[in-house]
Ligand binder design. Structure first.
Ligand SMILES: Cc1cc2nc3c(=O)[nH]c(=O)nc-3n(C[C@H](O)[C@H](O)[C@H](O)COP(=O)(O)OP(=O)(O)OC[C@H]3O[C@@H](n4cnc5c(N)ncnc54)[C@H](O)[C@@H]3O)c2cc1C
Length: 489
């Protein structure tokens, strides 16, 4: 039987970040990925000749300290692409003070202050994500409490006013938060879209203030950066793992984690191969790892109950289009989010298990390809099945955009649709949930993935979680992959 110091389940960016840091310490590391390619949600894939897209996640980059520490050959992204909101009647609004003026002089004057507050809030959140949380309520000692103390210090340093505004914004609805800053529905709707991006909630739901800040942090602002280059990030990480002596094996699905007397000893692959290791990390989502790969029989009943209760509620589909280049869509991040009410109505459909007929869309382009993020397309449909309903999503997306980009439909030469069911079956995301668990206030800080287990540990000795579903995660910063290394023995 093969033996390693550390096995890491999943070669998404977090698994690879953890693997690179651990291999750099001279430990014998093996990363096991079920798909034929590495990257998880951070992948650039080809769906036909000249049809290459960031298949799942749209754009962004790792934390700069990870790029530096692992010496990754990745560009320092400084560009600030445009964020454009489509408006009724075929018009549009580019989100900056000058372009906001025709919509509202008052909002234009407040734009700078809003951006400053959001950047400051994102910095506070980033500090929180980079620090380990204590296992509250069961284990609060000085050593474990250090992360919370560091966060407290960061809040103090933010200044009294920003500290209070940040804490106050978290439980607010995106609507309430934005109404305090802006009077124009066009501005409110456009910014509120970040408060519901990836979430199965509308902007009138409590806690979307927090999601707005989290998504602003993930992107470094409103618009996606580095679009079309997801694969470069995870290829650079896989190369780093190998350069430090680690191994990355694709087409190697783990079907169970071997446990003896509450201690993880190894894994079993779908082929039946058994591989043992001193330490096992899983970057797969917590529900899949704990309920499928470990199994309830080896876990305390209350822990199982909490894990079963993690909210995974995917409602995003992606429509990728290969065009002849005449799509007519400008560069940047384009949203169909004309007002808060529009977004809330789009969510209303998801509440009842229906696909939004007037969806919230986010569109990006990379050369002649067009990628559309479609919300809401609930994983659990009230009636119908995803293999039947998939055409509906594409039709609704294209019909919604036709008013603004009349050449889009006729420019299409090939298409690829990714439904929430595909996100689960192909990309390994339980219930198609983008972040391995919704970005909600009750799944935040020391409550992510579940209360009492926020510091990567599990009730099984030598088994740790390191994906987006644990604190630090949600997004592609790599924070959870980096943080886990601090708690390993
Ligand atoms: C459609 C979509 C849009 C998104 N948009 C944004 C956005 O705008 N901004 C943002 O910051 N974030 C966004 N995200 C979220 C972000 O992409 C994820 O949070 C992040 O990529 C997760 O990284 P990870 O490494 O933790 O997990 P993953 O990327 O999910 O990687 C986990 C890996 O584990 C593998 N795996 C699972 N089970 C097993 C097993 N049993 N054996 C072996 N391997 C296994 C999977 O195949 C996968 O490769 C989006 C995600 C999606 C899906």
């Amino acid at each position: 039987m093969n033996k390693y110091d550390t096995i890491i389940i999943g070669a998404g960016h977090n698994g690879l970040v953890a693997a690179a840091y651990i291999a750099r310490q001279g430990r014998k590391v093996l990363v096991l990925e079920r798909r034929a390619i590495v990257g998880g949600s951070v992948v650039t894939e080809s769906f036909g000749e000249d049809f290459q897209v960031d298949a799942v996640w749209t754009g962004g980059t790792l934390r700069p300290d990870i790029i530096k520490e692992l010496k990754l050959a990745l560009p320092n992204v400084k560009e600030k692409p445009a964020f454009i909101s489509l408006q009724p009647g075929g018009n549009h609004l580019t989100l900056n003070a000058n372009s906001i003026k025709p919509f509202s002089e008052r909002d234009a004057a407040r734009w700078g202050e809003f951006v400053r507050f959001m950047n400051k809030s994102a910095n506070i959140l980033e500090t929180a994500c980079a620090t380990l949380m204590p296992r509250l309520p069961m284990n609060f000692n000085i050593r474990e409490g250090f992360g919370l103390m560091e966060l407290g210090l960061e809040l103090r340093l933010a200044g009294r006013k920003d500290m209070l505004n940040f804490i106050r914004a978290l439980p607010m609805t995106a609507q309430e938060l934005l109404e305090e800053y802006f009077e124009s529905e066009a501005v409110r709707g456009a910014v509120a879209s970040l408060g519901i991006h990836s979430l199965t909630l509308g902007p009138m739901s409590a806690g979307t203030g927090y999601t707005l800040i989290h998504n602003w942090m993930n992107r470094g602002g409103l618009a996606h950066v580095n679009v079309g280059k997801a694969g470069e990030i995870t290829s650079a990480l896989a190369n780093a793992v190998r350069s430090f002596g680690g191994e990355v094996r694709t087409e190697s699905e783990v079907t169970s984690i071997q446990i003896e007397n509450q201690v993880a000893k190894g894994v079993v692959l779908a082929t039946g191969e058994e591989i043992s290791a001193e330490t096992i990390l899983s970057s797969a989502d917590p529900k899949h790892t704990l309920l499928n790969l470990v199994g309830a029989q080896d876990l305390p009943p209350e822990f199982v109950w909490h894990t079963q209760s993690i909210k995974m509620r995917g409602s995003v589909a992606k429509v990728h289009l290969q065009t002849n280049g005449e799509h007519g869509i400008p560069a940047g991040t384009i949203v169909l989010a004309p007002s808060i009410k529009y977004l809330e109505r789009a969510y209303d459909a998801a509440k009842y298990g229906e696909i939004s007929e007037k969806p919230y869309l986010e569109v990006t382009t990379s050369g002649s390809t067009v990628s559309i993020h479609f919300q809401f397309a609930p994983y659990a449909l009230k009636s119908g099945k995803w293999n039947v309903e998939s055409g509906t999503v594409e039709k609704l997306a294209l019909d919604s955009l036709a008013e603004y980009f009349p050449n889009l439909k006729s420019s299409i030469v090939n298409r690829k649709l990714i439904t929430p069911k595909d996100l689960e079956e192909t990309y390994g995301l339980t219930e198609g949930d983008l972040n391995h668990g919704q970005l909600l206030l009750d799944q935040f800080l020391f409550m992510r993935p579940i209360p009492g287990w926020s510091n990567h540990k599990t009730p099984i000795d030598n088994l740790y979680l390191c994906g987006s579903g644990v604190h630090g995660g949600g997004g592609v910063s790599g924070a959870s992959g980096r943080n886990v290394v601090k708690v390993l023995k």
